[in-house]
Write a protein that binds this ligand. Sequence first.
Ligand code: ACO
Ligand code: PYR
Length: 536
Amino acid sequence: MKTRLSLYDTTLRDGQQTQGVQFSTEEKQIIAKSLDALGVDYIEGGWPGANPTDSAFFDEAPKTRAVLTAFGMTKRNGMSAENDDVLAAVINANTQSICLVGKTHEFHVTTALGITLPENTSNIAKSVAHIVAVGREALFDAEHFFDGYKANPVYALEAIRAAYDAGARWIVLCDTNGGTLPSEVGRITGEVIASGIDGARLGIHTHNDTENAVACTLAAVDAGARQIQGTLNGLGERCGNANLTALIPILKLKEPYASLYETGVSDAALETLTRTSRMLDEILNRVPLRQAGFVGSSAFAHKAGLHASAILKDPSTYEHIIPSLVGNTRIIPMSNQAGQSNLRRRLGEAGLVVAKDDPALALILDEVKAREGIGYSYDTAQASFELLARKALGQMPELFEVKRYRVTVERRKNKYDQMISLSEAVVVVKVDGEKRLSVSESMDETGSDRGPVNALSKALVKDLGQYSVLLEDMRLVDFKVRITQGGTEAVTRVIIDSQDGQGRRWSTVGVSANIVDASFEALLDAIRWKLIRDKR
Ligand SMILES: CC(=O)SCCNC(=O)CCNC(=O)[C@H](O)C(C)(C)COP(=O)(O)OP(=O)(O)OC[C@H]1O[C@@H](n2cnc3c(N)ncnc32)[C@H](O)[C@@H]1OP(=O)(O)O
Ligand SMILES: CC(=O)C(=O)O
């Protein structure tokens, strides 16, 4: 019989403490629904009363199977739990469950709160007892617990014991500053259980300041803790919290966890993990972290020729799990590290079937390696690679020809006497046997300047004859510029990420001494790739 672990998500509370992150109420609702569909047990929605967004979220709280939890702090000294207005606002959110953070480190009690240790112990006990008395489930986040235990174990244990005896369902040991290492977390969690606190009522909340938040969480589970707190994509204060997008697949797929424990996440829900992770990045307007374990786009990318050759024989040679289990996909990127196995695999994925002994394979490989030598990079720019291969195989349709283009950048005063930039692009193309000239400006509908590459992009797609309609749902989502050689030999590499209404995302590359030329080349590849895919 497996032991059930409780998963507690704090993306909407500790995740919102990430520098630069501020969810709207609507975004919080979307994230809460995704977490619910994933199968976590608790969703900590924020701190009602602390800011208008968190209060509004609880006012219009989504209906979830997961227990929606409001977060707050223990009552302030000198007032009763019943009369503390900060605590009242948390209770008034009317959630089934309430998590209160309280001090357990003597230094913080005397320095940050400026009260005595017995006063703090009493505040914890009275706050938790009040939550229980008003009929809610209470959780106690024991702030700075591990540092506090190392400084004064007797007091740290007394503080959590106060919450435990007052009826807290979960006592959550927090490594608030994120500096504790896994061996210490394991040892101290074991000692807490040995002191008489039931492991079935013990949770763990870690931060990633030493890149060990996931390892510390697993150490606490190994020692007997049964609730795991974490966030999607490891969002959270400073360096983030324990990453649930890593912990969930570890618990479900890795031993000894898979045999010993179960969670509320089903196998089918696990297959939505990558999508859920990218949904959060999309809300945050962040480019997903390629190297993220399990869900990153490089998590199953096999670049080296030797790896790809073996992967073709059996994927388990270089993969620790089957990517589809977490909703991810295998990628065989092309680069100067590649051999013919990578190449045939990649071509097959693009619908280009080439025999093993076709001389074009060697030509394509030589071309990739030669172009990488002058600054191109194809391991991310998969779409440009595909076009290069099509040319070598004689399978590149003509589509359209660019005859010339021009971009001007002007700095001038607007009617409000403010200095503004304005770019204008002129592109002449030959399409369907006819020459067409298009002009576009860089100003968007809000009046902001979007720069010369945007003006070029708009001019290019404006009149491409039969193709313009196919490009209506295409947009540029990321633009990366890199100088690949220093000094007077400087070469600019531009990588453009594009996306369309069908949810496809593709990367293209352009290289030139001139940044506009490099951007234009990447832009042309992006358009050509989309047209070939849509025509197919
Ligand atoms: C470890 C964690 O991540 S816990 C989560 C922390 N999250 C947040 O702080 C985000 C939301 N917080 C807020 O919006 C605000 O801090 C509020 C609304 C809660 C409080 O705002 P303010 O009343 O202006 O207080 P402020 O933020 O300056 O300071 C916190 C006060 O709470 C007291 N306090 C801190 N922790 C606790 C606690 N666990 N129990 C009781 N009081 C506490 C502090 O001593 C301080 O009081 P003081 O000003 O008398 O010294
Ligand atoms: C409660 C919390 O977020 C912490 O101690 O880190």
